[in-house]
Design a protein around this ligand. Structure first.
Ligand SMILES: O=C(CO)COP(=O)(O)O
Length: 251
């Protein structure tokens, strides 16, 4: 089964109302194709205006959610609130939430299960730190992060997961992983899924790459086991449209 490519634009904590208008106009002027699913993740405050402004098949994702249903959890957004507002996706496990906001594997697993049970598709991020890669721990770290969610997901749940492999040293640094480095890790992740979940899940699981992706390097990163991209900085620029075009042509 051919996996449908997936390209996400993670806008992180960026953007004014004027920027949001400019970005939705850029997306509305784009061309979209059946072989690439496109999603953008604005800030929580910008989600609704972006959903209202988009006239093209571009999905909208939250950048976080909470695992409780509702109640006294100041500052949090439940998956019920996200679904009620019309959202279909949420990014979980991003390295910035793991390392800056100190989210643990267990918290991320709880959020992932809750989001999937609510009907959301989870863009589940994993990735190793620079020193972990340098000491040969890339697979150990990625597999540990995967195992935490595997422990709480059913085989069926994996249909609602897109894994984003984002080496932390490549995020926002301009130090993109080489196609060989990324392909090697993606292949290892697929083999892990075949062994720990099932062969079917491994074949169908979309594993996308994130970390300094640009229009200029996207083509070489369209390798066998890379099913698309999670784009940070370049998703706030017209270059995002080049990444979409390359993915459409190469996948
Ligand atoms: O963190 C990322 C996407 O989630 C990647 O960010 P950059 O594309 O800015 O490196």
């Amino acid at each position: 089964m051919a996996r449908k490519a997936f390209v996400g634009g993670n806008w992180k904590c960026n953007g004014s109302m004027a920027d949001i208008q400019r970005l939705t106009e850029m997306l509305n002027a784009g061309e979209y194709h059946d072989n690439v699913e496109v999603v953008v993740a604005p800030t929580m405050l910008h989600i609704l205006p972006v959903m209202q402004a988009l006239k093209v098949p571009v999905g909208v994702s939250a950048q976080n959610c909470y695992f409780e249903k509702s109640g006294a959890f100041t500052g949090e957004l439940s998956t019920e609130i996200l679904v009620d507002a019309g959202l279909k996706y949420v990014i979980l496990g991003h390295s910035e939430r793991r390392h800056i906001l100190k989210e643990t594997d267990e918290m991320i697993a709880k959020k992932t299960k809750k989001a999937i049970d609510s009907g959301l598709t989870v863009i589940f991020c994993i990735g190793e730190l620079k020193e972990e890669r340098e000491t040969g721990k890339t697979e150990e770290v990625c597999f540990r992060q995967m195992e935490a969610v595997r422990a709480v997901l059913s085989e069926e749940d994996w249909k609602k997961v897109v894994v984003a492999y984002e080496p932390v040293w490549a995020i926002g640094t301009g130090l993109v992983a080489t196609p060989e480095q990324a392909q090697e890790t993606h292949k290892a992740l697929r083999a892990w899924a075949a062994e720990k979940v099932s062969k079917t899940v491994a074949e169908e699981l979309r594993i996308i790459y994130g970390g300094s992706v640009k229009g200029a390097n996207a083509e070489s990163l369209c390798t066998e086991d890379i099913d698309g991209f999670l784009v940070g900085g370049a998703s706030l620029q017209p270059d995002f449209m080049n990444i979409l075009k390359v993915t459409h042509e190469k996948k």
